[in-house]
Ligand binder design. Structure first.
Ligand code: B12
Ligand code: SF4
Length: 438
């Protein structure tokens, strides 16, 4: 039996290896031949690139849903069965089923071998949903050998936890992975990390320091492995200097932090109660002192945001010398509390916006409270431009701001790339691949 795993792509994006399929590959019987295509690295031309396989598995995010459906339909036209899985089909399984033979709802580790047996017998069920959340202990090491050896950034992606106890209303994670943290055993993680190819790692966990005692054990176990890594952390775990010091000793180079907003009211409305803007500066300074660079993530379009939000947020990000920043327009992802709220309030301007050919043209897909959608989109573009301008780059650099090499040797090339990215992708709108049929 031959299986083709596909990661669809709609636009140029960070070239980070996918982890879902290496995990599923490690649970696939050894007599099944596996191939893998990342549409970002090797774009799939639907008229000539389809493979002769017995089953196609496609992973789907809301952003890639339309492209995933397009690929799925092309394979089904050839008579090859297709199974869809991931966050989007889990939220909208009936929508996904219209484009596939089978849809996996939720995590897949514990039902995947059964799905393969059913596919072999030509008896795929329309929906698969395993009994509960995946038990993370004793999972095999993900088979990274299925990934292409060239094209990705030179780093390995590792996951050690799943789930999140917070309830941020715009986020898809809790509904998918559950409301409590689940952990892998430290010995499994150490064994996996020892075998990795690269010195650099990315933890794709939503919060690498979510549980104090687990993260302490994990970070201590990482010290002798001498890796350099980056990951995501919630501000609540960064208030203690001991945690930050341990992060630095474990090899943490940089952290992606969801500041989201500088307004306490916005954070309260969106239920991101673990963030307190009055603590942001101190936490940032502490991280910088320990040599940890910060990528700050900010969202525009919350209920309290008026047009002054763009200038205030960008000034904050420049003044605090953030290494990088991502600005996002608040987005009603399906089945999130935010989506339900704006729908109930009659503020959803475009339902099923993910099925539009160019969804960014009709963003923000909901009516913001204190400015119109056009002002929001224009302010968002301005923020990308301003933060990545040459003057901001020079203001954010400081020899002493980070004792790590990352800031000193990577700073200018990285900032130049970001400057180009902001110009091309955000300002000139060159976001889409030209060969797509939409
Ligand atoms: C790492 C990450 C990224 C990386 C991606 C790296 C990569 N190549 O995978 C980067 C930084 C590039 C990224 C970008 C974006 N991301 Co992101 N990202 C994540 C994060 C933190 C982890 C993803 C991950 O690796 N999970 C681990 C794997 C094992 O889980 P999984 O993919 O869900 O797979 C399991 C099951 O779903 C199932 N499964 C999945 N696919 C399939 C397919 C088949 C056939 C089967 C059988 C099973 C199956 O099996 C797996 C094992 O159980 C998630 C949050 C999260 N906790 O998942 C957000 C998340 C996926 N991202 C999100 C978003 C919004 C984005 C962006 C749109 C942000 C933006 N505005 O640009 C972009 C879109 C990127 C794109 N593809 O176009 C949202 C998606 C919401 C949604 N409804 O789609 C999430 C859930 C975050 C959130 N807080 O809501 N992201
Ligand atoms: S945004 Fe982060 S902290 Fe909030 S619910 Fe999602 S994963 Fe948890």
């Amino acid at each position: 039996m031959k299986i083709e795993f596909i990661v669809p792509a709609v636009e140029e994006n960070a070239r980070i290896p996918n982890l879902a399929f290496p995990i599923l590959a490690s649970l696939t019987p050894s007599d099944v031949e596996i191939s893998f295509t990342d549409d970002l690295l090797t774009p799939i031309h639907l008229d000539k690139d389809l493979k002769e396989v017995d089953l196609v598995g496609i992973t789907v995010l809301t952003k890639t849903a339309l492209r995933a459906y397009e690929i799925a339909e092309a394979y089904r036209k050839k008579g090859i069965p297709v199974v869809l899985g991931g966050i989007h089909p889990t939220a909208l399984h009936e929508e996904a089923k219209a484009h596939a033979d089978s849809v996996v709802i939720g995590e897949a580790e514990e039902m995947w071998p059964q799905l393969i047996e059913d596919a072999r017998a030509g008896n795929l069920k329309p929906f698969y949903r395993q009994a509960g959340y995946t038990t993370l202990s004793n999972l095999p090491i993900p088979r990274r050998d299925i990934l292409p050896s060239k094209g990705y950034l030179p780093l390995d992606v590792v996951q050690v936890t799943r789930g999140c106890p917070f309830r941020c209303e715009f986020c898809s994670v809790q509904k998918f992975f559950g409301e409590t943290y689940r952990f892998r055993s430290i010995s499994d993680v150490v064994e996996e990390v020892r075998r990795l190819r690269h010195r650099y790692m990315m933890f794709n966990d939503d919060n690498i320091i979510g549980n104090h005692s687990y993260s302490k054990e994990l970070l201590n176990a990482l010290i002798p492995l001498k890796k350099r890594w980056f990951g995501q952390a919630s501000l609540s775990g960064l208030k203690t200097i001991e945690n930050v010091e341990l992060l630095a000793r474990s090899g943490c180079n940089s952290l992606f932090i969801g500041f989201e907003s500088l307004s306490k009211k916005n954070l309260a409305t969106s239920n991101k109660v673990q963030n307190d803007p009055s603590e942001y500066r101190e936490i940032i300074d502490t991280l910088h002192r320990f040599g940890i660079a910060i990528c700050g993530s900010f969202v525009f379009g919350f209920d309290e945001d008026d047009p002054s939000v763009f200038g205030e947020t960008v000034s904050f990000a420049i003044q605090t010398k953030l290494f990088s920043a991502i600005f996002m327009i608040l987005t009603p992802y399906p089945e999130t509390t935010f989506y339900q709220r704006v729908k109930n309030e009659g503020r959803l301007t475009q339902d099923q916006w993910w099925l539009l050919k160019n969804p960014e043209d009709s963003a923000p897909h909901f009516l913001p409270r204190r400015m119109d959608g056009k002002t929001l989109c224009a302010g968002w573009k301005w923020a990308w431009k301003e933060f990545n301008s040459l003057s901001s780059i020079s203001k954010r650099f400081h020899w002493n701001y980070s004792p790590t090499l990352i800031n000193r040797f990577v700073y200018f090339p990285f900032q130049w790339m970001q400057h180009r990215f902001a110009k091309k992708k955000i300002l000139e709108g060159k976001r889409r691949f030209r060969f797509r049929s939409f």
